[in-house]
Design a protein around this ligand. Structure first.
Ligand SMILES: Nc1ncnc2c1ncn2[C@@H]1O[C@H](COP(=O)(O)OP(=O)(O)OP(=O)(O)O)[C@@H](O)[C@H]1O
Length: 787
């Protein structure tokens, strides 16, 4: 969590117009200077026009900016009460060592990050406030990353950004011609991915220059550019600011190239060491190069810090500056007074606030609540801009067309999975080996007709007829001499069950059937088949258990018929009528198919969306688009629409293969199943957005998707009925996105229920609620997950 700045008001010399280092004078003067300074500021406040009016005249105006990363325990103060003023129509060189906070400051200026405290005015308004146009096409932004689509040509890239900024193709083409010449770009039909790093940076620069914005923000535009081209870029910048319509802020590590800038801000330690024109800086510090100036200022800053620290300690002990009671006289409401670096003088003087501040009593007045100027949340859902939507949709579709291999894989994957499912899951195991010790056969000393299935077995032996029935159920019957041998086979895992028939089995079965009322014990015992099973595999055990019983029922009813006894005598006294829903022998494929179809579509959509969004985010493309005013809603909608196309094709193929190729049972309306599948895909897409908006790397996204996959699949009744779950997880399963929808589709497919049945429509209600939750969450994350 970011640390909130305390907002303590800095105190120090007034803006001196020089805005450079002013090391405080001896400690004896310190108390006086504080009072003099406050009085001067109050006088100036009374005589100046409104602060807002003055700030609006600047291209950019930053006041008392504090930005802290990290946690309260371990804060990283990047901006420490920084003031910055960028006059309209100027080139402003933002200089500083790597990691000093330049990019952070620029992100705050373009409205992509928020300050912990302080104010920013850009082109007359507060970034992100209503009607400010920031973020928006008033800004041209070149981020540090390349932030371009590798699959696009140079011209397509510029058309894309041009459309976002409201340009027509003709206008873009005109600019393309000019920019290709200016930046010495290769042929505009070349693909970005085939360009060198330097060429890619120049295309990125061209994208920022394309729409001739009012404020051009360039983060290290000349990295990897040769000196000649660098000079021509600078010449162009000088040219475009001439008519006062464009302002340029440029960061660079090549300090001396900013000689052509009108103003330079030298940043260090979260503040500006100086904010002046290059000529003034060179003259003031009698330096040959701007680098020398920077070094001198850095040394002075370090000295200043030390001195301030010791002076402050003594002054605090000697004087107590009264707190300012009247907010009108408060420092925050003072004017710019024509100063460049901010109303409290430059950042390096005693005005710098820090732990050693000499006036802890002087508190900054509370800034106007940010919410007042922020776009209300509902406005974030504003109607989408057709130009932007056209650009985003075109980009998404172009990406698909340029990645045919990936698209074929994406389209073919669900079909492959459904084919695998139908081939692999739900079919009864065949060829299960059963070891039989048939004493009736081994001890028989008469020879009758041979059983056609088992050579050596006598067909008139009832045990053989029973075994014949078993064989018809695709069970592999193997004979052994003794019961021990048969059991041994099971013990060694070579057979799933052993069956033992007594030597007088046939006789006993007939006896048992004919004399139901007076069955003797020996008859009961001899007519019973002894079964010992390997139940280590529940599925196989259950199926074998079922088949052994079914085979017996069929067998005994045949015998009874032969003996002129009512075959029903052999049945248990339960009447199994035709099932109301489903088949007498339900198969697991039919049970699992609804869940499997929905899961495939759901998780493929999750992968597709989170992947696409993360690529855009990580390559900085999303950031650039957001700076140009593209909203989170537009990005989400564009992905939803283009990926819906993909999902429709995936759904159609899955449905065709499931119901027409593999003949999975479908008793209800196909349209309802299709609708639910599409909604589930939409839900997966929305969940993918949530993932991509809440994590920063693809690896985290994979972990999050995988982490959610198993719980969702395990708990939503696809693998195991919810009725059999632990009471603690059962309520949880009801709240998962695929639970109710799976139940609903199963009812449609197996029971043939229509959409007006509560169990069916509750599935639709549930999935719709989940879509709304996920989409809202992603929009909120896009809105609030700024630094
Ligand atoms: N999202 C973030 N979370 C935490 N710390 C961050 C984040 N972004 C930047 N920082 C830290 O803030 C500091 C300033 O980073 P920033 O990128 O603004 O510097 P920079 O001056 O632009 O550097 P460079 O010139 O190398 O691009 C660095 O210490 C960086 O590690």
């Amino acid at each position: 969590m970011d640390v909130e700045s305390e907002g303590v008001q800095p105190v120090g010399p007034t803006g001196n117009g020089g805005h450079t280092v002013e090391i405080s004078d001896p400690k004896a003067d310190a108390a006086d200077s504080v009072h003099i300074e406050l009085a001067a500021r109050r006088r100036m406040f009374m005589s100046q026009p409104s602060t807002v009016a003055i700030r609006r005249q600047q291209a950019v105006c930053v006041r008392r900016a504090h930005k802290i990363y990290g946690t309260k325990k371990n804060p990283n103060v990047v901006l420490d009460g920084l003031n910055m003023t960028v006059p309209k129509g100027s080139i402003y060189g933002l200089l500083g060592a790597s990691g000093c906070g330049k990019t952070t400051l620029l992100s705050c200026i373009v409205g992509r990050r928020r300050l912990n405290s302080g104010e920013i005015w850009v082109l007359g308004g507060r970034p992100c406030s209503r009607g400010s146009g920031v973020p928006g096409p008033r800004i041209g932004y070149m981020p540090q990353e390349i932030a371009l689509y590798g699959e696009f040509s140079i011209r397509e890239t510029l058309i894309y950004f041009g459309w976002i900024c409201g340009m027509s193709i003709a206008q873009v083409d005109e600019r393309v011609e000019f920019l290709v010449k200016l930046l010495q770009l290769p042929n505009a039909s070349r693909f970005i991915k085939n360009l060198s790093g330097g060429q890619q940076r120049r295309v990125s620069l061209a994208s920022a220059l394309l729409h001739q914005p009012e404020l051009l923000i360039l983060d290290e535009p000349t990295v990897g550019v040769d000196p000649v081209l660098r000079q021509s870029i600078w010449d162009h910048l000088v040219e475009i600011v001439k008519d006062n319509k464009t302002t340029v802020i440029v960061t660079t590590h090549y300090i001396d190239e900013t000689r052509q800038a009108h103003m330079i801000g030298l940043m260090r330690g979260g503040k500006f060491l100086a904010e002046e024109s290059p000529a003034d800086l060179l003259a003031k510090y009698q330096a040959e190069t701007l680098e020398d100036v920077f070094l001198k200022l850095a040394v002075l800053q370090n000295m200043g810090k030390r001195r301030r620290s010791s002076i402050a300690q003594e002054v605090v002990e000697q004087i107590r500056v009264p707190a300012i009671a009247n907010p009108a006289l408060d420092l925050s409401s003072e004017e710019d007074h024509g100063e460049i670096s901010g109303e409290f003088g430059d950042n390096i003087s005693m005005s710098s606030r820090g732990p050693d501040s000499i006036t802890p009593e002087i508190q900054a007045p509370p800034l106007p609540p940010e919410e007042d100027t922020k776009v209300p949340l509902m406005e974030y859902f504003k109607f989408v801009n057709p130009n932007i939507m056209r650009a985003l949709l075109w980009k998404n579709i172009m990406w698909m067309l340029r990645n045919v291999g990936v698209m074929l894989f994406i389209l073919g994957l669900p079909v492959g999975q459904i084919v695998l499912f139908c081939w692999a899951i739900g079919h009864d195991p065949v060829g299960l080996k059963v070891a039989v010790a048939n004493y009736e056969q081994t001890q028989a000393n008469f020879s009758l007709m041979e059983c056609p299935s088992f050579p050596g077995c006598n067909y008139t032996m009832l045990s053989c007829r029973y075994l014949e029935n078993l064989k018809n159920k695709s069970i592999d019957v193997q004979f052994y001499q003794t019961e021990d041998e048969a059991r041994e086979e099971v013990s060694h895992g070579r057979a799933w069950a052993s069956l033992v028939f007594a030597h007088n089995y046939s006789e006993a079965v007939v006896e048992r059937s004919e004399n139901l009322r007076n069955i003797k014990d020996w008859t009961l015992e001899a007519a019973t088949v002894g079964v010992s099973m390997d139940m280590s595999n529940q599925q196989i055990g259950t199926l074998l258990f079922r088949d052994i019983q079914y085979a017996y029922l069929d067998f005994i009813q045949g015998i009874l018929k032969d003996c002129d006894v009512n075959p029903s005598n052999g049945r248990p006294p339960i009447q199994w009528n035709t099932p109301i829903y489903g088949d007498r022998d339900p198969n697991f494929t039919d049970f699992a198919a609804p869940g499997v179809i929905l899961t495939i579509i759901f998780f493929l959509s999750v992968a597709l969306t989170s992947g696409a969004m993360l690529i855009e985010r990580n390559e900085g493309i999303l950031e650039r688009c957001l700076v140009y005013g593209v909203t989170g809603v537009e990005i989400l909608f564009s992905h939803v629409i283009s990926q819906l196309l993909v999902m429709f094709i995936q759904t159609a193929m899955v449905i065709v293969f499931s119901f027409y190729v593999f003949d999975i049972t479908l008793r209800g309306e196909l349209a309802s199943v299709v609708l639910m599948t599409v909604l589930t895909g939409l839900c997966g897409m929305s969940f993918g957005f949530v993932i991509s908006c809440s994590v920063d790397s693809e690896r985290s996204a994979v972990y999050m998707a995988m982490g959610s996959f198993l719980p969702i699949v395990m708990l939503c009744g696809i693998i195991w009925p919810i009725e059999g779950m632990h009471p603690l997880v059962k309520p949880l399963s009801i709240f998962l996105p695929l639970t109710k929808s799976t139940e609903s589709v199963r009812s449609i497919m197996q029971r043939g229920w229509m959409i007006d049945h509560p169990q069916v429509y509750m599935g639709f209600v549930s999935i719709t609620i989940w879509i709304i939750i996920f989409l809202t969450l992603s929009i909120l994350l896009l809105k609030f997950k700024k630094g």
